[in-house]
Design a protein around this ligand. Structure first.
Ligand SMILES: O=C(O)CCC(=O)C(=O)O
Ligand SMILES: [Fe+2]
Length: 205
């Protein structure tokens, strides 16, 4: 949904979040190596839920009550996706084209087997790549940060997709997207500007 929120409203959200969210750039563990996460993060969740741990890192869960504006966006997302009941939110801030998220799937157990994840983007447009996981019987391959091979001019490849996530857009992942696919937002030398992404999630256990 490229125009989920209006342009002006989205700039208001973007500026507010940039200034008022307690961003951190944590140290994480990826494939046994310790490194600085290549983007800023913050985490919001209802009280009493199972704590999120990813890449050996457990973010502090802030309260929705301290960020009425996030409640406003949550309500807009709920209205756009009838039946959804998100109870947690991971925020990412990409300060420029050097900030990225590497290939991963959001398949943590606490989200259940078919999580619905609603992703709202503000600021600089960035590419979002989806790539099919190698099938079980092919050799396990280490996910990396290589860009997805360019699609051929002849209709492309069903195993990979690219979306340009625009200012104020909403992207939804559901069903077996996390089980069967990995996704990434790669580095982009030409992407100068700040980007903020919100992924709303439902913790079920
Ligand atoms: O920034 C994005 O669009 C994606 C972020 C993401 O994949 C995540 O937080 O798990
Ligand atoms: Fe993700």
């Amino acid at each position: 949904m490229p125009r989920f929120l209006s342009r002006d409203e989205s700039w208001r959200f973007c500026d507010y979040l940039d200034k008022h969210i307690p961003w951190t750039r944590p140290t994480i563990r990826v494939f046994g190596r310790t490194c600085l996460q290549p983007r800023d993060t913050c985490y919001i969740a209802d009280a009493g839920l199972t704590e999120l741990v990813y890449s050996g890192y457990q973010p502090h869960a802030y309260s929705w009550d301290d960020y009425p504006l996030l409640k406003e966006i949550l309500e807009a997302v709920h209205n756009a996706l009838p039946g959804s009941k998100f109870n947690s939110l991971l925020l990412n801030r990409y300060k420029g084209g050097n900030d990225y998220v590497g290939w991963h799937s959001d398949d943590e157990k606490l989200y259940g087997s078919t999580p619905e994840i609603a992703s709202v983007s503000f600021g600089c447009e960035r590419e979002f790549f989806l790539k099919k996981k190698p099938s079980k019987n092919s050799q396990a391959r280490r996910p990396d940060d290589e860009p997805v091979r360019k699609r051929s001019k002849m209709g492309g490849d069903a195993d990979q997709h690219t979306f340009v996530l625009k200012h104020g857009s909403l992207l939804v992942m559901r069903g077996y997207t996390q089980r069967d696919w990995i996704h990434s937002v790669p580095k982009r030398a030409k992407a100068e500007g700040l980007r903020i992404n919100l992924t709303f999630r439902r913790i079920i256990s």
